[in-house]
Design a protein around this ligand. Structure first.
Ligand code: FE2
Length: 251
């Protein structure tokens, strides 16, 4: 029997933030208490079983696995979760990745009482979107806006000017109390707010020229997983777990 869950009774939302400590990726579970269904945002392959087990323990059905973008630092758990649960894969049309459902800017994506507005926030990649839940005052920003930082712009279709415009026009214009849930944090901080990032984001508080200069001089290494991750994520993940990854699977 499913255990009792922590619930926001007003809006009947079940919410969990899950971590992959290898790639420092956050996966989010949003569940509708009455419908007993949920979505996962940005699941990671190595943790797909863990996430699916949690979904079952909460007495929920996994209906959708969403990605904020085509990730380069890990393989999405979407493909494997489809096999485990029969859920549908979701990503932006602009990502160029295969999926069951493609989303476009300003589109509303709903499950029961959960309503996410798709905000196109390109710049880290062309297909980056943020998912804004107005009722719960939450925004899932992927790599467009990180806590006191942002995703890099030196590979895939990265473009610092585009990212700067996306964040300032689409995210910094949200209500300031909106809680920011990013796809990653490398210091263990789990959330922020739009107000905090407008005030303290070390890159995005600069003017655009300074921002572009910062982003063009990060001198970061070639992403370790990119050659494996991009081909897999282009087809929205793997149905089966390859031998070299199976030893890293978390139950
Ligand atoms: Fe990314």
């Amino acid at each position: 029997m499913a255990v009792k869950t922590s619930i926001n009774h007003k809006n009947r939302l079940i919410f969990r933030q899950l971590l992959d400590s290898v790639s420092c990726t956050y996966t989010y579970l949003l569940g509708d208490f009455e419908k007993k269904e949920c979505i996962l945002i940005d699941p990671v392959l190595e943790h797909a079983k863990r996430d699916f087990n949690l979904v079952k323990e909460l007495g929920l059905k996994l209906s959708y696995a969403l990605n904020t973008h085509m990730h380069a630092d890990h393989i999405t758990g979407t493909g494997y979760l489809k096999k485990l649960s029969g859920c549908k894969s979701v990503i932006s049309k602009a990502s160029g990745a295969q999926a069951d459902i493609h989303l476009e800017d300003e589109e509303l994506f709903s499950l029961g009482n959960i309503c996410l507005k798709v905000l196109s926030t390109p710049g880290h990649t062309n297909g980056c979107v943020s998912y804004y839940c107005e009722e719960q005052q939450m925004v899932f920003t992927g790599d467009a806006l990180l806590i006191r930082g942002c995703g890099r712009t030196d590979f895939q279709e990265g473009n610092p000017a585009t990212l700067y415009k996306s964040v300032h026009s689409k995210l910094f214009t949200l209500p300031h109390e909106t809680v920011v849930y990013p796809a990653h944090d490398y210091r263990g901080v789990m959330s922020s707010t739009i107000a905090e990032e407008i005030k303290y984001n070390s890159r995005l508080t600069k003017n655009m020229e300074e921002f572009i200069d910062i982003m063009n001089n990060l001198n970061l290494g070639y992403p370790k997983q990119i050659d494996k991750a991009l081909p897999a994520n282009k087809v929205c993940g793997l149905h089966d777990i390859p031998e070299d990854i199976s030893q890293n699977i978390v139950q």
